[in-house]
Ligand binder design. Structure first.
Ligand code: GLN
Length: 475
């Protein structure tokens, strides 16, 4: 495997001194992709386009007219639209469908000369925690190929962990960036709801969905975020909160004496692997020694997170996914004798098991007889969970917890047990219910040498704080 630069600043100094070109860089990534094909990371590789753009950008670098992200090679989860390219969401139902426009984040990336190397595999419509629910086959964890990389943005995490690109865009609805980051030993940042435009991100559960970033260090993510964040007239839920100068903020060191860190006791109870628990407690101890104040806090509604998350996201998914009807997009079942039969056959053949389970669950909780008992009640609990965080953040600046209750499990181990799969999201889904930002940072390895992450949850729009805290975590 080629060793590729681990940071954008290393790439920039190579480009400036002419020891590196974008063409060379893209070729090294392509070779790494080729030599690790067994991991099953890309659904579509943009080999020719990426090289063509690399030539153009090398020209602009010489002329001094290149954009801010020249030399940044990025992979994109295949739930984000790139114009004229297949958009599959890892589903059979979108076979043959090409995106007719760029997602806003993609437009912003391209304007600043980033290079997109391809579209990464994921769980179908981003539903899953193992990247096994893909029409294009499961993705393997590079740390141990008998194990899952996590999901749903598993392949995005693997692409960064295995030097196939510098950064990757994934998406989150309940932990799909942070959980694979934790399983693959890298960092993933989920933004505040509304920080990044969702225009061109295929909807799973619209009041939860957000785009997120995998990367090797805080300054790379900061540079990328400055380019893609900010209000967008194409997404009415994008926020008009001014975009911070993340890179500049990161240059100032944190003063530990001014920072209070919350330790939520509900996140350290039964079900948490003992190695992970000890590893996170050790990190908290180190932070305390550095001068941070550590305070025990409570998030009393934590035990309702999984139920609330799965009721609400399935309800939203059942509505969002009604558009895949065999008429408007991709796959259509042949040989139906009526329109209704065509709808039914297309959806029965086109969606995988997990997606069908969510559509049925969502339709059920929204149905007239059960709406109050499930959907309305879950909405109320969502508010209580949000209040828990609002109260906690009156006392502390950040909340630290494990990212996941276990390290990466074996491929196939949980495919027949949806409930145990859902329980993976126990420490991550609360963040999406509340709409706050959070990051998963490598924090240790378990008895089997498998990595695990430490999660830091922050106040709304404090992505800069999370990136700065990342620099404080050393293991
Ligand atoms: N594992 C969660 C689910 O299946 C999270 C998915 C996500 O964040 N996209 O719903």
């Amino acid at each position: 495997m080629n060793s590729t630069p681990k940071s954008f600043s290393e790439i920039n100094s190579g480009l400036n001194s002419r020891s590196l070109t974008c063409v060379k860089l893209v070729n090294s990534y392509l070779e790494n992709i080729q030599s690790q094909k067994d991991l099953n990371v890309f659904i579509n590789l943009f080999e020719e386009d990426a090289l063509k753009r690399a030539v153009e950008i090398d020209g602009r670098l010489k002329a001094g007219t290149a954009g801010k992200l020249a030399g940044m090679v990025i992979s994109v989860k295949d739930v984000i639209s790139v114009k004229d390219k297949p958009l599959t969401c890892a589903s059979k139902i979108l076979s043959g469908y090409n995106a007719s426009y760029n997602a806003t984040v993609i437009d912003r990336l391209l304007e600043e000369d980033a290079i997109i190397i391809g579209k990464t595999n994921c769980d179908e419509f981003a539903m899953g925690s193992s990247n096994e629910n893909s029409f294009y086959g499961p993705v393997k964890n590079p740390v141990d190929k008998t194990r899952v990389p996590g999901g749903s943005s598993g392949a995005s995490a693997v692409s960064v962990a295995s030097d196939m690109c510098l950064l990757s865009l994934g998406s989150e609805t309940g932990g799909s960036i942070r959980q694979p980051a934790s399983y693959c030993g890298i960092t993933g940042l989920k933004m505040t709801y509304g920080r990044l435009s969702r225009y061109g991100l295929v909807a799973f559960a619209s009041s939860f969905d957000s785009i997120g970033i995998f990367g090797n260090n805080s300054s790379d993510i900061a540079v990328l975020l400055e380019v893609i964040a900010g209000i967008d007239k194409m997404d009415s839920t994008s926020s008009n909160e001014p975009v911070k100068n993340y890179s500049a903020i990161l240059k100032n060191n944190i003063d530990p004496a001014k920072v209070k860190i919350g330790y939520a006791k509900e996140y350290f109870e039964e079900g948490l692997d003992s190695d992970i628990k000890n590893g996170i407690l050790l990190q908290l101890d180190k932070l305390k020694k550095e001068g941070f104040e550590i305070r025990e806090i409570s998030l009393p509604h934590s035990r309702y997170v999984i139920q609330t998350y799965y009721i609400l996201t399935s309800a939203e998914a059942s509505s969002n996914l009604s558009r895949y009807d065999g008429v408007r997009y991709g796959y259509r079942s042949q040989n139906s004798s009526s329109l209704e039969e065509m709808y039914i056959n297309t959806r029965s053949e086109g969606f995988g098991e997990e997606v069908k389970r969510r559509i049925m669950l969502g339709t059920y909780v929204l149905s007239a007889g059960y709406y109050d008992a499930y959907y309305r009640k879950a909405q109320k609990v969502r508010r209580l969970i949000m209040n828990d965080f609002e109260n906690a953040f009156k006392e502390v600046d950040f909340i630290v917890s494990p990212t996941t209750p276990t390290t990466a499990f074996k491929l196939g181990e949980k495919v027949d047990d949806p409930l145990s799969m859902y329980l993976n999201d126990i420490y991550t889904a609360s963040v999406n219910l509340a709409g706050i930002p959070a990051i998963s940072i490598p924090a240790g390895k378990d008895r089997n040498n498998l990595p695990f992450g430490l999660q830091i949850m922050g106040k709304k729009f404090d992505e800069a704080g999370l990136l700065a805290m990342w620099n404080e975590i050393k293991y």
